[in-house]
Design a protein around this ligand. Sequence first.
Ligand SMILES: *Cc1c(COP(=O)(O)O)cnc(C)c1O
Length: 403
Amino acid sequence: MINFKELASTYKTPLYIYDLDYMTAQYEELKEAFRGRKSILAFAIKSNSNLSIISHFATLGSGADCVSIGEVRRAFLAGIPSYKIIFSGVGKSDDEIREAIEKEILYINVESEAELGRVELIAKELKVTCRISVRVNPNIDPLTHPYISTGLHDNKFGVEIEAAKRMYIRANNSEHLDPVGIHFHIGSQLTELKPIYESAEIVADLVRSLQSIKVELKFFDIGGGLGVRYKDEVTIKPYDYAQAVLSTLKGLDLTIICEPGRFLTANGGYFLTKVLYEKKNGAKRFVVVDGAMNDLLRPSLYKAYHRIEAITSSKTEESEADVVGPVCESGDFFAKNYPLPTLEHNDLLVLHSAGAYGFGMGSNYNTRGRSVEVAIKGGEARVIRRREEFEDLIALEKEYLVK
Ligand SMILES: *Cc1c(COP(=O)(O)O)cnc(C)c1O
């Protein structure tokens, strides 16, 4: 049991708490699901990019899936070996591509024919061969929120099967490209197995047809996307997930790469915020708290649900309230019509499932410093990022101040 009250009093609010032991257990369960096959779990850094979190996964043997060169640098700093680092993303700059090639990561996930051209050119300038994989868009509806769905042709991600084939042929014939993998990632917060299975089947067929033209791949990269329970979702069991994927790979000797983000971190994180006061506008009840959309954007961005636990001595009956922050936007809310008891100044609200896409999506909007982050391991808590102070927020402007 985590003592939220004590943590809030020690570290002040708003506050992120991460349970590293929970994250370990998630990692081990998923890794175990692929037992009997060569596999790498490449932690999707964007879901929680704190260096200590990445480093924790590094000690478990994890790789890293990165979507910017900044994330690649984080992966190196946190001790992820180069041969387990993947660089994905729909728009990589020349500088990013160059640095990724120089760092000799496992491969670059290429998302368009034009990008393949850039990678080839840059590898040629550097007089090296670059390992690549192609992100295939299998045109399967992942049955998730449209903002986090990526595997349909309507989305900007990946390339169609025919384009992928052309890209592999080109790469195979190039001195500067070495096609080693194939990749798909159809969306996030997936709770249905069927779209994953169907996508894997389509992509595995492509691997077979590439084999027949002498393109021999080593890595079958199934992306991330495993959903978690925020409220009452029925989620996919890692074992079933692995079995579904493996069943499409009969006769193929490929290393599985899986890029979980949310699955590893979401339910290992808590966001703690204090009640400032209650107010009413007509019949509408609001609970105003010290955290805001700049700390945790998901409710504002996706209308995402986070379970809220009220830590209070109040024994009143629950009634519905909107939980809102101090930011000057109507979109600044954590919950709408959420049943809560009457709350007092300094009562604590714990927002559950805040370990993924929480802190990392934060901003300094309204000149608010980002929260402190604290990790707990074996019952011991320690700061893994200090709270941002006013001086941090103005540091990059101060010397440029126009007087
Ligand atoms: C975001 C992302 C992931 C992780 O997604 P989750 O839903 O957090 O598991 C994995 N791979 C790629 C390429 C991504 O963009």
